[in-house]
Ligand binder design. Structure first.
Ligand code: MG
Length: 157
């Protein structure tokens, strides 16, 4: 059994929605990012790479590479899932926590879980997405951006 942990942050900038776990959440701002800024999928992708001993997302998808400008983070995630399968590594489960003062994410959580389940090829109940505020403390509490944490386990086949 291997455990992987990931963490990511993106700041808000001008725009009209937030990509979180592959779902577009309506909002009066967007993420400032080289890709689509899906902070939750970035944390998840880093957790997968970490458990596999394969470095981090910046090493595989550098933000200096024009190929990844505006990239769909689900494509990055699925690329890493394929890398794991090539190494005979199986994802067992994923647990994600999104820290955002706003918007309210509860109405979107089920769809987020379904999206991540599909990309990880996992059954319902093996992906969990949680949302919390930081009680108006720190950069998330001031509404400057969103943070996300991911923990996953992998098995060597
Ligand atoms: Mg990121």
């Amino acid at each position: 059994m291997r455990v992987g942990h990931g963490f990511d942050v993106h700041a808000f900038g001008p725009g009209d929605g937030l990509m979180l776990c592959g779902i577009k959440v309506p909002f009066d701002r967007a993420f400032v990012a080289h890709s689509d800024g899906d902070v939750a999928l970035h944390a998840l992708t880093d957790a997968l790479l970490g458990a596999a001993g394969l470095g981090d997302i910046g090493r595989h998808f550098p933000d200096t590479d024009e190929a990844w400008r505006g990239a769909d983070s689900r494509v990055l995630l699925r690329t890493v899932v394929n890398m794991l399968h090539e190494r005979a590594l199986t994802v067992n489960n994923a647990d994600l926590t999104i820290v955002a003062q706003a918007p309210k994410l509860a109405p979107f959580i089920d769809r987020m879980c379904e999206c991540v389940q599909a990309d990880l090829a996992l059954a319902p109940g093996y992906v969990n997405v949680k949302a919390t505020t930081s009680e108006q403390l720190g950069f998330t509490g001031r509404g400057e951006g969103v943070a996300a944490f991911a923990v996953i386990t992998l098995s060597d086949r």
